[in-house]
Design a protein around this ligand. Structure first.
Ligand code: C5P
Length: 201
């Protein structure tokens, strides 16, 4: 059985949480594609050439502990604007999407560029203030020292770069289901995603 769920949206809107829960529910594999760009960004911060870093990306690179920081997010969004970097990561994502047993991929361009043929496409959003609050909670739990205002500025800068770039800009696919999670609990958001998938199965 091949079945692809594409989940896109801006930073900290709930994509990761929803993707993991949906993948567990349907026993699909899950790929957080942001990690690919974060890993490339981290290598570039260490002096690597962006295209060589993307072409040579290894699964072990995704297990690095330092990829979740705000700096890694900014580095990711800078390398993600380079068309050659994006091109180097396409084949891996597409083969993951069509693997046997079903797959959930979350990112910015899954429904528009990587898997326009995905069986289900969701575009997950939340208000800026709510996204900053959630990311602050997440980072504070891991000992982060950034204020909510700093996190908000960081998210906005990254979203602007992701939306305004020419290569695979962040935007909903025309046939994506929009899911605004601002007022939803995690369970409610996950249930809406599960319902959308059940309708297509
Ligand atoms: O999702 P996450 O915040 O980890 O993504 C980090 C950055 O990677 C994003 O801001 C974006 O620039 C880039 N990205 C992308 N396309 C994807 C996933 C992430 O351009 N499919």
């Amino acid at each position: 059985m091949r079945f692809t769920v594409a989940i896109d949206g801006p930073a900290a809107a709930g994509k990761g949480t929803i993707s993991r829960a949906v993948a567990a529910h349907f026993r699909f594999a899950h790929l957080d594609t942001g990690l690919l760009y974060r890993a490339v960004g981290a290598k570039v911060a260490e002096g690597a050439d962006p295209v060589a870093a993307a072409e040579g990306l290894d699964l072990s690179d995704l297990a690095r502990g330092d990829l979740r920081s705000a700096e890694a997010g900014q580095a990711a969004s800078r390398v993600a604007a380079l068309p050659e970097v994006r091109a180097a990561l396409v084949a891996f994502q597409r083969s993951f999407a069509r693997r046997e047993g079903g797959a959930v991929l979350d990112g910015r361009d899954i429904g528009t560029v990587i898997c326009p043929e995905a069986e289900v496409k969701l575009f997950v959003t939340a208000s800026d203030a709510e996204r900053a609050r959630r990311r602050w909670l997440e980072l504070a739990a891991r000992g982060g020292a950034q204020s909510e205002a700093e996190i908000l500025a960081d998210l906005r800068e990254r979203d602007r770069r992701d939306r305004e770039r020419e290569a695979a800009p962040l935007r909903p696919a025309p046939d994506a289901l929009l899911l605004d999670t601002t007022e939803l609990t995690i369970d409610a958001a996950v249930n809406k995603a599960i319902e959308a998938i059940e309708l297509r199965q």
